[in-house]
Design a protein around this ligand. Structure first.
Ligand code: SF4
Ligand code: SF4
Length: 210
């Protein structure tokens, strides 16, 4: 599998999707949200994480850990943000949507991107990966994604172990709630520090409390 870095050119330009919204339909609970996604969404919608949970976000369990994902409409199976075939939060769409049709691969502490085959658009144009992702602080975002990936991996290893022990159910609940509280429920305040600085502080706090 060929992996691309931020500075590589890759054939992903799908001509503004031109009415196609295939990757916004029938995704179930797979559009996972990380802390940066929730920071962008709450900023855009001017609300807190609890309000997202009442409208566009739901929680699901993976290996005992509660993780947020974008909600799909029950009847149509479309993302709640897909209106008349267009994404109404395009500038602040989650990272997985930004990258598509690129997937992410983490190996030896590094993030690489690979081309998915799910986008049917033909004659795609070449675009630099960094431009395609479109986050202004590209390096800081890249570092965050790697950190987040390994954080979630570590917590899942912990919650999966607790899941298997009847006597550890209370600890399992505490662990999941601590994760939600520190990274999602507590708002990020841009006027104090940028997101990435706040995330680093929370990561230290989480590891200490865990
Ligand atoms: S499947 Fe491809 S062309 Fe269709 S909406 Fe997704 S990225 Fe755009
Ligand atoms: S957030 Fe936007 S791009 Fe992502 S699945 Fe929903 S409508 Fe599509």
């Amino acid at each position: 599998m060929k992996l691309y870095g931020q500075n590589d050119m890759v054939r992903v330009g799908c001509h503004d999707c031109m009415g196609c919204s295939q990757c916004c339909r029938g995704m179930g609970d797979t559009v996972l949200l990380d802390a940066y996604d929730v920071y962008r969404l709450t900023g855009r919608l001017g609300c807190g994480f609890e309000t997202l949970l009442e409208s566009c976000v739901e929680l699901h369990v993976e290996e005992g850990l509660l993780l947020p994902n974008l909600r799909m409409e029950e009847d149509s199976g479309c993302c709640v943000f897909l209106k008349e075939g267009r994404c109404v939060i395009h500038e602040d769409r989650p990272g997985l949507c930004r990258a598509f049709p690129l997937g992410r691969s983490y190996e030896d502490g590094k993030l690489g991107y690979f081309l998915l085959e799910d986008c049917p658009r033909e004659n795609k144009t070449k675009v630099k990966v960094e431009k395609w992702i479109g986050i202004p602080q590209a390096e800081a975002y890249q570092d965050f994604l790697v950190s987040w990936h390994y954080l979630v991996k570590d917590i899942k290893a912990c919650t999966a172990r607790l899941c298997a022990e009847d006597s550890s159910q209370e600890r399992l609940k505490e662990c999941s709630l601590l994760f939600l509280r520190i990274f999602f429920l507590r708002g990020y305040h841009e006027e104090e520090q940028d997101f990435f600085t706040q995330y680093s502080a929370r990561l230290k706090e989480f590891r200490r409390l865990l």
